[in-house]
Design a protein around this ligand. Structure first.
Ligand SMILES: NC(=O)c1ccc[n+]([C@@H]2O[C@H](COP(=O)([O-])OP(=O)(O)OC[C@H]3O[C@@H](n4cnc5c(N)ncnc54)[C@H](O)[C@@H]3O)[C@@H](O)[C@H]2O)c1
Ligand SMILES: CC(C)=CCC/C(C)=C/C=C/C(C)=C/C=C/C(C)=C/C=C/C=C(C)/C=C/C=C(C)/C=C/C=C(\C)CCC=C(C)C
Length: 590
């Protein structure tokens, strides 16, 4: 096997991840061969699979990576975002032999990290759901446990502090009663409506939390759950096609409170409540109080490192700098992948953690877009990307008791969904000071921004525009929350949608799918199987959508469906065909 073999440990010296093209540092890893292989042959395979006869021609064998024992892999996963890694590790834990191919030099994708001058920055969100030690929805804890890892976490006393028009300030406390009391104190005339709306969210959350979470595309599991938990399943089926905004309007009349619920939804879906599926809204609006928001010690990047490490410990592999450029089809069945250096790998199943736009627009570019994907693209568009500013600041700029996460929308609710309209800010050093040099904090600021704003500019104009737009955002934060912010900055790096596109390999740098109009809840969202036999998708362009916890669930679902298809889990081909047809029909109704 080409490439350098190395062991990935939690404390391994990984190269700094950079979202920033101009300042990207070279690292020891970047000077080695074109694809790095991480292997550890410690655990025994739990089963044996016969290789498929279709791989026998000379041309196909040339450059083909043979698996250990001369077998090919059970599954290849394209990309090591949390969605891809959870699918891979869950499969490995079930006994499959998996190969993960990652374009970049470290795992994690949007949940990666990079280091600059002693500051360790999370690339994407620092708000972590699913990390508690109770219930069924702590999917990150469970994903790590499946490969023998547990991370130390720091409980966040609040999820987010909202700073909204007309000086409306709401802190989402970890304790549900504290949050509800604060909200009712701002809207006393809507006490009943508030209790009813959030009460409905709890009904859904409790149903989700009562279920064993596996693939909704696997009939034996799905029918089993209906049999074991009929009420919970019917509750979920009832809410599946509904959106949070419509339900909020049943109980609440005050437009400002409805706008607040829009903001609650916007921070997780980048759309307003009327377009946010009720199941997704309930998941986040309740889990933040049930399991709470918990920050992993050492930063979010540790999750992907631990999963990659666990994967290798289970006898599977991950290769970095492995840029998949196409999925190999044979008789319209996905049988392998080809890298930019011409190398080919073959497996029984191929799982793409690239977005659906990248998977069907680039990796399968020769293929006509399948009907199901056309329908997906009719229902969903690419959400805008982000402008992100990572800063190191002097600690003195923080007022006492500053919360870790903030959402700022100053003047008008009309700006909520506009580019640069609202500002997200995370200060993870409030929870974990080890991420910055002593006496300093990290500010990770981001705001929605479309790629069209950044294209067609010369190098100098692009750099200048980054500076101008970032400074405006910083000025707004200085005016609203942190007097003296500008003069406290010791390090600043600005990433644009182009940066996200380049380093995360996401079409237009998109944050994920966004409904084109008012969706029927989650009904139109595709699961993991695709119209191409042998090809599965995982990540945020699959059910249930954006969010680290959401893509972790898509990874769990994908691994279960793939495991059933390769005989590692029970399956029933007759029921499979019927359920997949039914689900396809339901999606076409949405
Ligand atoms: N700023 C942010 O907060 C931000 C930005 C974008 C996405 N997100 C969130 O991150 C999560 C996305 O997780 P995910 O698991 O779906 O995906 P991901 O984008 O995190 O990871 C995909 C991985 O696949 C790799 N990849 C893509 N194409 C490849 C190819 N052709 N060959 C090899 N590797 C390839 C990428 O390098 C990346 O590491 C979602 O929750 C999303 O909403 C957050
Ligand atoms: C199939 C049929 C037809 C029927 C059946 C019925 C049933 C049974 C159903 C079931 C269902 C289920 C199970 C479902 C599930 C779901 C889930 C789990 C979901 C989840 C979700 C999640 C989410 C969405 C999440 C998200 C999150 C996010 C996005 C986050 C983000 C964050 C950020 C951005 C940050 C912010 C920051 C600041 C403020 C600073």
């Amino acid at each position: 096997m080409a490439g350098t073999a190395l062991k990935l440990g939690l404390n391994s010296q990984l190269p700094p991840f950079s979202l920033f093209p101009n300042q990207h540092r070279s690292s020891p890893l970047t000077t080695t061969s074109s694809s790095l292989s991480v292997k550890l042959f410690t655990s025994k395979r739990l089963h044996n699979h016969k290789p498929k006869a279709v791989l026998s021609t000379e041309k196909r064998t040339e450059g083909r990576e043979e698996g250990r024992d001369g077998e090919k892999y059970d599954a290849i996963v394209i990309g090591s975002g949390i969605g891809g890694l959870v699918a891979a590790t869950q499969l490995a834990a079930k006994g499959a032999r998996v190969l993960v191919l990652e374009k970049y030099v470290i795992p994690g994708g949007s949940s990666g990290y990079y280091v600059r001058d002693g500051f360790k920055f999370d690339v994407g969100s620092s708000v972590m759901f699913g990390f508690s030690d109770k219930g069924n929805l702590n999917l990150i804890t469970q994903a790590l446990a499946a490969v023998g890892h547990k991370m130390e976490v720091i409980p966040d006393p609040s999820t987010v502090h909202f700073h909204l028009p007309k000086q409306l300030s709401v802190r989402v406390h970890r304790e549900y009663d504290d949050f509800i009391s604060e909200l009712i104190s701002k809207f006393p005339h809507e006490k009943q409506g508030i209790l009813q709306f959030y009460g409905d969210c709890w009904k859904i959350f409790n149903s989700l939390n009562a279920m064993e979470l596996k693939s909704l595309e696997e009939p034996l599991y799905l029918f089993g759950q209906f049999f074991k938990k009929p009420l919970e399943c019917l509750t979920l089926a009832y809410y599946l096609p509904q959106n949070a905004g419509a339900i909020a309007r049943k109980y609440i009349k005050d437009p400002e409170l409805l706008s607040f619920i829009d903001a609650e939804c916007f921070i997780v879906s980048t759309v307003n409540a009327l377009q946010t599926p009720m199941i997704n809204a309930s998941m986040v609006l309740c889990d933040r109080h049930f399991g709470g928001i918990n920050y992993p010690v050492g930063g979010v990047g540790g999750i992907a490192e631990a999963l990659a490490n666990g994967l290798v410990n289970m006898g599977s592999e991950i290769q970095y700098k492995a840029n998949v450029t196409s999925i190999i089809l044979e008789n319209r069945k996905a049988v392998g992948v080809r890298l930019s250096n011409g190398k080919e790998f073959f497996a029984r199943k191929v799982i793409s953690n690239a977005t659906r736009w990248d998977t069907f627009g680039k990796l399968l570019k020769a293929e006509e877009l399948p009907e199901e994907e056309k329908n997906f693209q009719k229902s969903y568009v690419k959400a805008p990307s982000f402008l992100s500013v990572h800063m190191g600041v002097k600690a003195s700029v923080l007022p006492p008791d500053t919360d870790c996460h903030h959402f700022v929308l100053e003047d008008s609710w009309d700006n909520l969904e506009k580019s640069y309209g609202s500002i997200f800010l995370s200060i993870p050093t409030v929870l974990d000071p080890s991420l910055a040099p002593e006496g300093h904090h990290i500010f990770h600021i981001f705001t929605t921004s479309g790629i069209e704003d950044w294209e067609g500019l010369g190098r100098k104009d692009y750099e200048q525009k980054k500076e101008t737009v970032a400074n405006e955002i910083i000025q707004r934060l200085e005016n609203k929350l942190f007097p003296g912010l500008k003069s406290s900055i010791v390090l600043k790096e600005v990433g644009t949608p182009k940066t996200h596109r380049r380093f995360l390999a996401r079409d237009n740098g998109t944050y994920g799918p966004m409904p084109r109009g008012t969706p029927k809840g989650l009904l139109a969202m595709p699961f993991n199987t695709t119209a191409i036999d042998g090809l599965y998708c995982v990540g945020d362009s699959c059910f249930p959508g954006q969010g680290v916890i959401a893509v972790a669930f898509s990874g769990v679902m994908c691994a279960h469906r793939v495991a059933a298809d390769i005989g590692l889990e029970k399956n029933s081909p007759v029921l499979d065909a019927a359920l997949l047809r039914l689900l396809g029909w339901l999606r076409s109704m949405a």
